[in-house]
Design a protein around this ligand. Structure first.
Ligand SMILES: Nc1ncnc2c1ncn2[C@@H]1O[C@H](COP(=O)(O)OP(=O)(O)OP(=O)(O)O)[C@@H](O)[C@H]1O
Ligand SMILES: [Mg+2]
Length: 274
């Protein structure tokens, strides 16, 4: 059984101008421990899709199942990194992360929540900013706090909507590597000793990005969407072995070949829209 099953999902928005179909008849599955990237041009419904997976938005037709059960709202099995900042402005970075932890680990004492929050903030390079409020942080730093929160929650499923979109190129590379190592089970990069995920209990990740190189580096499989209405266009396996090393991977002819194929597909479908 797939961890996540999306069955014939259709989502529409209604406003004064009528009905707009954002997603039409979208179906796919994600296995437990699989890392799937969703790519597609702006407006094709990626955030809408993640909203439904997160239980924040309902479906007009079809359904989403997690572990075989229909999703009807958010749950402690999922954490989400939103495309736009989603921190509480009245809480420090550390309290934002600790609050996320509290949502899923209700029995963890406050002191442990706070120390866990500090460990994860250090992991995203914000050790010295933990007592700052979101308004005192740059956009990219806020996004790193949101990523730390999601990782610290240690949920079975991670839903990430362009999590590195607002982060500068250098930090983006660092965070991609961090996520990769955490997910692949390198373990104690950020997690407290002995707590990191092992390959057998990898998290299930749905990761939205515009960036083809990012998708290839991270994903087991890439789901490419087409626009208007949003549909699944192609599914492409990324067969490269893990752990992956960016520097070595990008030098291989297989990488160049896959990248060129993806670019051709992307522009074949979206060339006229860009
Ligand atoms: N609340 C809303 N009301 C009406 N239309 C909406 C609403 N939210 C999104 N849409 C429309 O639905 C479509 C899909 O939006 P969505 O945010 O899911 O796209 P996206 O693929 O995440 O785009 P981007 O890459 O720019 O983030 C867009 O055409 C958008 O205009
Ligand atoms: Mg979006």
């Amino acid at each position: 059984m797939n961890k996540i099953e999306v069955n014939r999902l259709t989502v529409q928005y209604r406003d004064g101008n009528g009905v707009f179909t954002a997603l039409e008849d979208v179906s796919f599955g994600v296995e437990k421990g699989e890392f799937v990237s969703i790519i597609g041009s702006s407006g094709c419904g990626k955030s809408t899709l993640l909203g439904v997976l997160g239980g924040l938005r309902g479906a007009d037709a079809g359904e989403v199942l997690i572990d075989g059960k229909k999703v009807s709202g958010p749950g402690p099995d999922r954490s989400m990194v939103f495309q736009h900042y989603s921190l509480f402005p009245w809480m420090t970075a550390r309290n934002n992360v600790a609050f996320g932890i509290k949502q899923v680990k209700k029995n963890l004492p406050r002191g442990e929540r706070l120390s866990r929050a500090a460990v994860f903030l250090a992991g995203v390079g914000l050790e010295n900013f933990k007592n700052k409020y979101p308004g005192q942080l740059s956009g990219g730093m806020r996004q790193r706090v949101a990523i730390a929160r999601s990782l610290a929650m240690d949920t079975e499923i991670l839903l990430m909507d362009e999590p590195f979109g607002a982060v500068d190129a250098r930090n983006r590379t660092i965070l991609q590597e961090l996520l990769l190592r955490l997910w692949e089970g390198a373990g104690d990069v950020v997690y407290p000793p002995g707590e990191g995920p092992r390959p057998r209990d990898r998290k299930t990740v749905v990761f939205v990005t515009h960036d083809i190189d990012e998708a290839i580096l991270l994903a087991d499989r890439i789901i490419m969407m087409s626009n208007n209405p949003g549909k699944i266009y192609r599914e492409i396996a990324v067969p490269f072995e893990r752990p992956r090393n960016r520097a070595l991977l990008i030098q291989t002819p297989e990488y160049t070949k896959l990248r060129n194929e993806l670019l051709a597909l992307f522009f074949n479908d979206f060339g006229s829209a860009i």
